[in-house]
Design a protein around this ligand. Structure first.
Ligand code: SAM
Length: 243
């Protein structure tokens, strides 16, 4: 885990020997399970350290320093990214991993147990449905989602989970401004307000990487998210974006 240890150091994170061992176990289980179910196309030892683990830890750049016990939901978590790496380095957070595919959710249950992680809930279902349940709606301080949908659709899947005063952090690559301007109307309609777009500057990453931080400033109207598939099929484009 040398690449992860040095990259994490540049993020200001000192991994303990126990945490390094947890990342080793996570890597081994990921590659093992990946033979049976499709969890990730990235399986090389160095590649996983950088593109999965370090990329997940980079979210800490947008968190308040010292804030280590909050309620976090990872929407469309897949193999547990970015939620599990963050839980390894911040064991006191209350983590919910939401995943639509039952087989992937089985891996999430398995890996949480194998790593001895406490306060992890795995929820199988689609964000469009789960976000209407009282126990999840506007219940999280931090909402994360990586590689799930374009921002304009993603905010409809994530902001309903976010408590007022909390925020949604999206991890994005490449040219982010067109995606941001397309999502401006939707963000406001769903009760959000763009705080910042923060560039991640780490030598390990080629190309531009960003954290888009959206504050939850007012309640999301009850009608959102719309039913399964609609946020992606008919995104909430505002008039300007349509022109
Ligand atoms: N976040 C992980 C990562 O970065 O490696 C997984 C990314 S994968 C490309 C997208 C994941 O989101 C898939 O596992 C898929 O099943 C899940 N997903 C897509 N739409 C979803 C939805 N509406 N609700 C819950 N999960 C969803």
């Amino acid at each position: 885990m040398e690449r992860l240890i040095s990259g994490a150091g540049r993020l200001g994170l000192q991994l303990s020997p126990g945490q390094v061992e947890q990342f080793e176990v996570y890597y081994r289980e990921l590659v093992n399970w990946n033979r049976r179910i499709n969890l990730t196309a990235i399986t090389g030892y160095e590649e996983v350290q950088i593109k999965h683990f370090l990329d997940s830890l980079a979210v800490t750049l947008a968190l308040k320093p010292g804030d280590k016990s909050f309620r976090l939901i990872d929407v469309g978590s897949g193999a547990g990214l970015p939620g599990i790496p963050l839980k390894i380095i911040m064991p006191d957070i209350k983590l919910t991993l939401l995943e639509a595919t039952a087989k992937k959710a089985a891996f999430l249950d398995h890996i949480s147990q194998k790593l001895g992680l406490k306060d992890v809930a795995v929820v199988v279902g689609r964000a469009e449905d789960i976000a209407h349940r009282e126990q999840y709606r506007e219940q999280f301080d931090i909402v994360l989602s990586r590689a799930v949908a374009p921002l304009v659709s993603l905010v409809e899947l994530t902001l309903p989970f976010c408590a007022i005063g909390g925020c949604f952090i999206a991890q994005k690559k490449g040219a982010v401004d067109p995606e941001l301007s397309q999502a401006t109307g939707a963000v406001g309609r769903l009760g959000g307000k763009l705080r910042e777009r923060k560039r991640i500057e780490l030598a390990e990453f080629s190309g531009k990487r960003w954290l888009i931080v959206i504050d939850k400033v007012s309640p999301t109207p009850e009608t959102y998210p719309r039913r399964a598939g609609i946020p992606q099929k008919r995104p909430l484009l505002d008039k300007q974006a349509k022109q």
